[in-house]
Design a protein around this ligand. Structure first.
Ligand code: DOR
Ligand code: ZN
Length: 425
C-alpha cells in the first residue's frame, strides 16, 4: 500500500470539528497523521490547494444487484461508481437474487467485495425472500457478517415480524432499516398521487402509503423501546412524524435521498421512467419539508438509494421498475441544492453523508481522526460540471441529474489506503 501525503487541503471533518487548512498522511491503511506542515517520505505527494479533504462518504442505501441482476450492476461496478462519487463505504440492500436472506449469500457478497473499490457492508433480509411469511435466522446472518436488517424494496408487511426483528437486532448489534410503505394503499401506483399523475392519467402512490409505514415503525420503536431507522423519507408528513417521535424520546433516525430535496413530481411529466423511483418524487411542499427536516436534524443522513436499471428496463414509462442511480452525483447534488442554496454548511452536509451514517451502522469510518481507516476524498466544492451518463462508472444510466449542471466535483478517493479514483490534473 502506497504512502500518501496530502498537503495544503482545506480539511473538513465534522466528526472532529476540524475545518481548516492542513495536511494528511496516509500509511498502512490508516490516517497516520493529520496537522499542518507535515513532512514524510512518501510515494505519492499531492498538493491539494483549493480542494476540500473530507472523510470518505458512507452511503447507507445501495442496491448492488449482485448476485442475480449483474446486467444492471455488480459489486465491482457499483463500487467503481461509489469511488467516483467519493463514497468509500456502502450498505448493500438485500433484494438480490437469491435474496440476501441466507448466510451463503452474505458470505458471497463480502467475499467478492474484498476486491472492490469500496467497503461493502451487508444488510440482510428480515423475512425469507422478502415475503413476510417467515423470519430469517437473524443471528446466523449476523455471524456471517451482516450489520443491518431490512426487507428494502418492500416493507415487512407482517407487523409482528417487524416487532420481533426490531427487538432482536439491538441484542445482535444490528441496525434495522425500514422501507416504509403500505402496499395496499400503494397498489398499482407508479408516481406520486398528485397533479402529475392526474395530468398523465396514471395511478398514483399516495403520500399516506409511506406515512402509514413511518407511523407504524415509530409506534413499534416507542412500544418496545428499541431503535428504528427510516429509509428514503420523501413526504412532509413523515418528516413531521419523525420530528415528533424524536421530541418524545423515541429512538428513531432517518435518511432522505438527493432526489427528494432536489426535484418534485414535475420531473415525471416528460414520461421518462428514469425519474420514477419508490417512494416517488413528491410535491414542492414535500421537498421543502425534506430540506426543513435536514436542517433541524430530523433527518440524520443522506443516502442515495442507488438502484440501477438498464435503459431497456426503463424503456416503458408505465411498466419500468422503480429506481435511480445516485452515488456519482450525491455529493454534487448536496452541494448544489443544499449548500449553495444556503440551507446548510459544507460541514453539515459532509456530516450527514459520512459521520452520521457511519454512526448509525456502527462502522469504523466517517472521520479523519488519527488512527481511522484511510478513507479520504478530495473534491472541488466550486467546480461546475454537466452530468454525462455515458461517462459514469456504474453499469446503468438511470440518473435523475442527467444533462444537469451540478456544482462540486470529486477528484480523488482513497479507500482503506488504496487510491480508487484519481482525476487530479
Ligand atoms: O426505487 C426503488 N428502487 N425503490 C425500492 O424500494 C427498490 C429499489 C430497487 O431495488 O430498484
Ligand atoms: Zn426502499
Amino acid at each position: 500500500m502506497v504512502k500518501i501525503l496530502i498537503k495544503n487541503a482545506h480539511i473538513c471533518d465534522p466528526a472532529t470539528g476540524m475545518d481548516c487548512k492542513g495536511d494528511i498522511f496516509l500509511a498502512d491503511g490508516i490516517i497516520a497523521d493529520i496537522g499542518s506542515r507535515l513532512e514524510y517520505e512518501t510515494e505519492v505527494t499531492i498538493d491539494a490547494a483549493g480542494l476540500i479533504a473530507a472523510p470518505g462518504l458512507v452511503d447507507m442505501h445501495v442496491h448492488l444487484r449482485d448476485p442475480g441482476q449483474t446486467e444492471k450492476e455488480d459489486i465491482i461496478s457499483g463500487c467503481k461508481a461509489a469511488a467516483a462519487g467519493g463514497v468509500t463505504s456502502v450498505l448493500a440492500m438485500p433484494n438480490t437474487s437469491p435474496t440476501t436472506d441466507n448466510t451463503e449469500t452474505v458470505r458471497y457478497i463480502l467475499d467478492k467485495a474484498k476486491d472492490a473499490d469500496a467497503h461493502v457492508y451487508v444488510s440482510a433480509a428480515i423475512t425469507k425472500g422478502l415475503q413476510s411469511d417467515m423470519l430469517c435466522d437473524l443471528q446466523a446472518l449476523k455471524e456471517a457478517g451482516a450489520v443491518a436488517l431490512s426487507d428494502d424494496g418492500r416493507p415487512v408487511v407482517d407487523t409482528a415480524f417487524m416487532a420481533q426483528a426490531m427487538q432482536t437486532a439491538p441484542q445482535l448489534g444490528m441496525t434495522v432499516v425500514s422501507h416504509c410503505e403500505d402496499l395496499y394503499l400503494a397498489k398499482g401506483g407508479i408516481i406520486h398521487d398528485g397533479a402529475a399523475a392526474k395530468k398523465l392519467g396514471v395511478k398514483g402512490i399516495p403520500a399516506a402509503a409511506e406515512d402509514c409505514g413511518t407511523a407504524r415503525e415509530i409506534a413499534l420503536a416507542a412500544a418496545y423501546h428499541v431503535p428504528i431507522h427510516i429509509c428514503h423519507v420523501s413526504t412532509a408528513t413523515s418528516v413531521a412524524l419523525i420530528r415528533d417521535a424524536k421530541r418524545r424520546g423515541v429512538a428513531v433516525t432517518a435518511e432522505t435521498a438527493p432526489h427528494y430535496f432536489a426535484l418534485t413530481e414535475e420531473a415525471v411529466l416528460t414520461r421518462d421512467a428514469d425519474y420514477r423511483m419508490n417512494p416517488p418524487l413528491r410535491t414542492e411542499a414535500d421537498r421543502r419539508a425534506i430540506i426543513g427536516g435536514l436542517k433541524d436534524g430530523t433527518l440524520d443522513a443522506i443516502a442515495t438509494d442507488h438502484a440501477p436499471h438498464t435503459p431497456r428496463d426503463k424503456a416503458n414509462f408505465e411498466t419500468a421498475p422503480n429506481g435511480v442511480i445516485g452515488m456519482e452525483t450525491s455529493l454534487a447534488a448536496g452541494i448544489t441544492f443544499l449548500v449553495k442554496q444556503g440551507h446548510c454548511t459544507l460541514a453539515q452536509l459532509i456530516e450527514k453523508m459520512s459521520a452520521k451514517p457511519a454512526q448509525l451502522l456502527g462502522i469504523p469510518t466517517g472521520s479523519l481522526k488519527k488512527g481511522s481507516p484511510a478513507d479520504v476524498i478530495l473534491f472541488d466544492e466550486n467546480e461546475e460540471w454537466t452530468v454525462d451518463v455515458e461517462r459514469l462508472h456504474g453499469k446503468s444510466k438511470n440518473c435523475v441529474f442527467k444533462n444537469k449542471k451540478l456544482i462540486g466535483k470529486v477528484k480523488f478517493t482513497v479507500c482503506g489506503g488504496k487510491i480508487v479514483f484519481n482525476q487530479l490534473d
